[in-house]
Design a protein around this ligand. Structure first.
Ligand code: PRP
Length: 189
């Protein structure tokens, strides 16, 4: 799926606190259309049985809330909290599990929802942890995938967009905890 590539030279957005965005990689309309397609695809992939949509916080919070409203079958929602980045723009490589879901995972169909697959370290670590809980099935839905992860042990079954290898913010993604609330996904200058 290609991005819109719209230049952001003319963007006057008070949410940016004076920061310049290089360009809007994915705008609201493009995101909404793709999320709706993903919802349909996920609905079709789980014709019966339970479904636990497990959001990885904090980055997936907006994507997850839009996505679950496009899945037209029964489901439950829970969250995981892990942390791999500090305040910088480069992955530190360490993944810490800060919050464990309360829902029983054994025997459950789990769909792990990620905002972005970057180095892939978060997924490698979390999927290993989740597999140990013996779910009935375990799949990944990632809104963005940079396709640069080396040694990715688990591939996402559902992917929104292939993403440019740039520092992306908005629609849940942050830089030092800022810009998560942008309704579009932009690349920072
Ligand atoms: C970011 C992002 C992904 C992960 C991807 O999370 O939300 O979960 O890093 O990077 P990786 O593929 O290189 O592991 P972060 O740890 O920054 O936490 P956040 O979701 O709270 O922003």
């Amino acid at each position: 799926m290609s991005n819109t590539g719209k230049p952001a030279g003319g963007i006057d957005d008070p949410r940016l606190e004076g920061r310049t965005v290089k360009r809007i990689a994915f705008d609201e309309k493009v995101i909404a259309k793709r999320v709706s397609e993903l919802g349909r695809q996920i609905t079709d992939s789980y014709p019966d049985g339970d479904l636990l949509v497990l959001g990885l916080l904090k980055g997936s919070f907006i994507f997850l809330s839009d996505l679950v409203r496009q899945i037209t079958r029964p489901l439950q929602v829970d969250f995981l909290v892990a942390s791999s980045y500090g305040d910088g723009t480069v992955s530190s490589g360490t993944v810490k599990l800060v919050y464990d879901p309360e829902t029983e995972l054994e025997g459950t169909n789990i769909l792990l929802v990620e905002d972005i697959v970057d180095s892939g370290r978060t997924l490698n670590r979390l999927m290993t942890i989740l597999k140990e809980r013996k779910p009935r099935s375990l799949e990944i839905c990632a809104l963005l995938h940079k396709r640069i992860a080396e040694g990715l042990k688990f591939e996402a079954k559902f992917v929104g967009f292939d993403a440019p290898n740039e520092f992306l913010v908005g629609y849940g993604l942050d830089h030092a905890e800022n810009f998560r609330h942008l309704p579009y996904i932009a690349s920072l200058q």
